[in-house]
Design a protein. Sequence first.
Length: 117
Amino acid sequence: MTGFLTTHVLDTARGVPAAGVRIALYRVSGNAHRKIAETVTNADGRTDTPILPAARFATGSYELIFFAGDYLRATGQAGAEPLFLDQVPIRFGMAAEAHYHVPLLISPYGYSTYRGS
């Protein structure tokens, strides 16, 4: 099996997929970050293709940055500035060539993630 990375975003406050969320993927090495991909979620809160496809997959440390603040503002859920949650970083490692799925469940004042399938 070749590895690849997928993600999606769910709006837990409204109980719907979070469409239009910008996501950036960085390769992390020590304190250095290098952006390797950027995408936006579709109507199902998913990306149209893997954010890191098999052809570009490599084990190592990565960070997804979810631009949740822009989404919360667009959906009328933003509170006073500065927002409690604006950019949500999730740093994780991929140690084997496998399918990794890292979703974000978001609301204006909290979020969670897990390794999905």
